[in-house]
Design a protein around this ligand. Structure first.
Ligand SMILES: NC(=O)c1ccc[n+]([C@@H]2O[C@H](COP(=O)([O-])OP(=O)(O)OC[C@H]3O[C@@H](n4cnc5c(N)ncnc54)[C@H](OP(=O)(O)O)[C@@H]3O)[C@@H](O)[C@H]2O)c1
Length: 304
């Protein structure tokens, strides 16, 4: 595992992050404990959750909180969570305090806006985040699902006000969804903002388990969150999976490992947030990390 500082901060995060969206939804508490144990053992220290994760909102955070509280010594986990819009002052503060209670910690390492909020003035949102940092309830702040101009505007407001800055963004990034390459990745590199890439396997699509016109397996992510389907189930998506399958056979690597390795090989990505419903899927991510891919192979896959 490699570690890098988050943005310009002195907080180190692991190059693979554990996404905890499945906890309390696809998988129960015992399975989540097995996954967290396995991740920690492998050196994965960044755990990403959100107030809304877990089937019932808050369950994912509660499970992580109980797992942490039940350990004899507190592991050095970097806890990242998120607040959903609307992002008004009262709501942001109440959300952070509720997350602290569920996670059973004194401070959240990374508190992220889950998405842009059109309704609340940006300076009100950023001022509330700054207040939480000054009160010692959050260490750093980040922004998920933002456009480059939104991040740029927020950084500018924060600098003008003399507040702490957004140290990270959390966008989707995989072989099918690559929008961030145009504006967000160059901006983050220029401003030294970390990129925590989510859905590196396209929520399971890039494992090769779906076929055009085929059935969506019961209990899988695509069945549980059907809103994800239109982003992947199209001609270009299936063409990419075909090419990935051919390449994986040629080099003798599993398809998911190759898809993950492609995301991991992007130097402007600080951490790749993997989703898993079993410890075996964590092992597959580690295998991808070990696989590494050359610039030539990455370019070949990009061309798909
Ligand atoms: N900020 C946001 O808006 C946002 C949105 C989404 C995710 N995230 C974060 O990013 C994390 C990762 O996202 P993600 O879960 O979408 O990541 P992902 O790695 O693209 O998808 C994970 C899913 O793929 C399937 N899978 C994984 N490994 C597999 C394998 N070896 N073989 C077959 N299927 C496999 C599993 O689902 P099935 O077995 O059910 O198919 C697994 O739950 C989340 O946990 C969350 O922390 C953030």
């Amino acid at each position: 595992m490699r570690y890098q500082f988050l943005g310009k901060s002195n907080l180190a995060v692991s190059s693979i992050g554990l996404g905890c969206v499945t906890f309390g939804r696809e998988i129960d508490e015992a399975a989540a404990y097995t996954i967290m144990d396995r991740a920690l053992e492998a050196g994965i220290t960044l755990f990403d959750t959100a107030e809304v994760y877990g089937g019932n909102p808050g369950r994912s955070e509660e499970i992580i909180g109980r797992w942490l509280a039940g350990r004899r010594t507190r592991p050095q986990i970097v806890l990242a969570t998120k607040v959903r819009p609307p992002l008004g002052r009262e709501r942001i503060i109440a959300s952070a305090e509720a997350s602290l209670r569920r996670l059973q910690v004194e401070v959240i390492d990374l508190f992220q806006m889950h998405a842009w909020d059109n309704q609340t003035p940006l300076d009100e949102t950023l001022e509330a985040l700054e207040l939480l940092a000054q009160q010692g309830k959050v260490r750093h702040v980040g922004f998920s699902n933002c456009a480059a101009w939104q991040l740029c505007k927020a950084l500018w407001y924060q600098e003008r006000a003399g507040w702490g800055r957004l140290e990270s963004v959390q966008p989707p990034y995989n072989l099918v969804v690559r929008d961030i390459e145009r504006e967000l990745l160059p901006l983050c590199a220029d401003q030294q903002v970390s990129v925590l890439a989510y859905s590196p396997l396209g929520s399971g699509f890039l494992t090769g388990k779906y076929r055009p016109g085929g059935e969506i397996l019961k209990g899988t992510r695509m069945e549980i969150v059907p809103g994800t389907i239109p982003s992947y189930f199209h001609d270009a998506g299936f063409r990419i999976v075909d090419g990935l399958r051919r390449k994986a056979e040629q080099i003798g690597a599993p398809i998911p490992a190759l898809a993950l390795a492609w995301v991991m090989a992007e130097p402007r990505v600080t951490s790749v947030l993997i989703g898993a419903r079993s410890a075996a899927q964590i092992d597959q991510a580690l295998q991808a990390d070990a696989l590494g891919i050359s610039a030539e192979l990455r370019a070949e896959l990009s061309a798909l």
